[in-house]
Design a protein around this ligand. Structure first.
Ligand SMILES: NC(=O)c1ccc[n+]([C@@H]2O[C@H](COP(=O)([O-])OP(=O)(O)OC[C@H]3O[C@@H](n4cnc5c(N)ncnc54)[C@H](O)[C@@H]3O)[C@@H](O)[C@H]2O)c1
Length: 357
């Protein structure tokens, strides 16, 4: 088995998920590291002393010529670094959202196809056992034709006084707030689990926290959305309702998807990813109304849980080695980007937007 030499661009929070995903694969080497933060680069270099660590990303790529590059920086740089990595002949595992806008995402996918390399977008929830199991049940027809999709993704961190202003709150670096950060996971998961494409969207967005202090104690204005709600219509007419926020007290990382078909309803929750909630059958109670016995929790079969790693970025190693075909590709990233861009546009005009492409 050929050794895969891997470089990471950006060594902050999410890079550690990429490191962990690669660490369990055979015959890989962390060969290159780059970051504009001296402290983060040093911390990573201390863990991987064999790697070339260089604050200049182009110099690092030129020296290392890696087989695979992880792009783990703020969203503004995803396109530039992905194109740079493809240009030196590497496959790419890029963070979500894929890019700042659909034009950048399209350029990334075009360059990937031209280079004949693999590209993965880290839609991390795709490897949650419950999300995969829900997809399997729907594909097997257990719910019948899909009639409704409801998705909520609620966090609280931005509302807390202790949270500092960061690149996530700056539209020039992040592109979007909750809509791009969390909404893109919601869109990808809804497409992934139902197998349905999204045809049109309408949405609203708000910034409920106007300012935050930065690490120096200076007040900074938040230029991204902190809350967004949107509707979408899937192929065939099914409606989807979506709500996301970074400011709802009491919620850590609450990502719940509920789907009803003619024959039943299922729900999955990110925080309990080995359970699925389900109701099957259209049952009348003895009073002639629909039985209201709710959704019963059901553990996911152990064999199913074990069948695939829960770490999404590490999957690209198996994709490159030809042992895995089912992964979130650049095409999926581009599809989600089209939807996010269209919702963003709709939040400015108040109108429905048809998804093109
Ligand atoms: N898939 C997921 O569920 C998930 C979760 C968290 C973050 N993310 C994504 O990961 C990306 C990074 O987020 P994070 O939480 O790790 O942020 P972070 O701030 O913790 O880390 C980003 C790192 O990139 C470095 N950096 C910034 N600009 C750079 C540049 N021009 N060149 C090189 N390095 C640079 C920073 O110094 C920092 O070390 C974002 O796109 C974010 O949306 C995805």
């Amino acid at each position: 088995m050929k050794k895969l030499r891997i470089a990471l661009i950006g060594t902050g929070g999410i890079a550690h998920v990429h490191f962990a995903g690669y660490a369990v694969k055979e015959n890989i080497e962390i060969a290159g590291l780059t970051d504009t933060s001296t402290a983060n680069l040093k911390a990573a270099a201390d863990k991987y002393p064999q790697a070339v660590a260089d604050a200049d990303w182009r110099a690092m790529l030129d020296k290392v010529r890696p087989d695979l590059v992880s792009v783990c920086t703020p969203n503004k740089f995803h396109a530039e670094f992905t194109l740079g990595a493809l240009a030196v002949g590497a496959h790419v595992a890029c963070e979500k959202p894929m890019a700042m806008n659909v034009e950048e995402a399209q350029a990334m996918e075009d360059a990937r196809a031209k280079a004949g390399k693999y590209g993965l977008i880290n839609f991390s929830y795709r490897n949650c056992a419950s999300f995969r199991f829900a997809r399997e049940l729907i594909a097997q027809g257990e719910l019948g034709p899909i009639q409704r999709v409801n998705v909520v993704y609620l966090q609280s961190f931005l509302g807390a006084e202790q949270t500092l202003y960061s690149w996530r709150n700056d539209a020039t670096l992040a592109g979007f707030g909750a809509l791009g950060d969390l909404g893109v996971h919601m869109i990808d998961a809804a497409r992934f689990i139902t197998g349905l494409a999204i045809e049109r969207v309408v949405g609203v967005a708000q910034t409920l926290v106007p300012k935050k202090k930065d690490a120096m104690g200076n007040w900074q204005t938040i230029t991204t959305d902190t809350n967004s709600s949107f509707l979408c219509q899937f192929t065939g007419g099914t409606l989807g309702t979506f709500e996301t926020t970074q400011t709802a007290p009491g919620y850590g990382n609450y990502f719940r998807i509920e789907i009803s078909g003619e024959l039943g309803t299922i729900a999955v929750l990110s925080e309990q990813d080995q359970v699925i909630w389900m109701h099957q059958g259209r049952v009348l109670s003895r009073y002639g109304t629909w039985a209201a016995n709710g959704l019963a929790p059901m553990p996911i079969p152990t064999g199913f849980v074990r069948a695939q790693s829960s770490n999404t970025p590490g999957c690209i190693v198996d994709v490159i080695r030809g042992t895995l075909q089912d992964y979130p590709s650049f095409a999926d990233g581009l599809a989600a980007q089209r939807v996010v861009d269209s919702i963003f546009h709709s939040t400015k005009t108040g109108s429905w937007v048809e998804i093109k492409g």
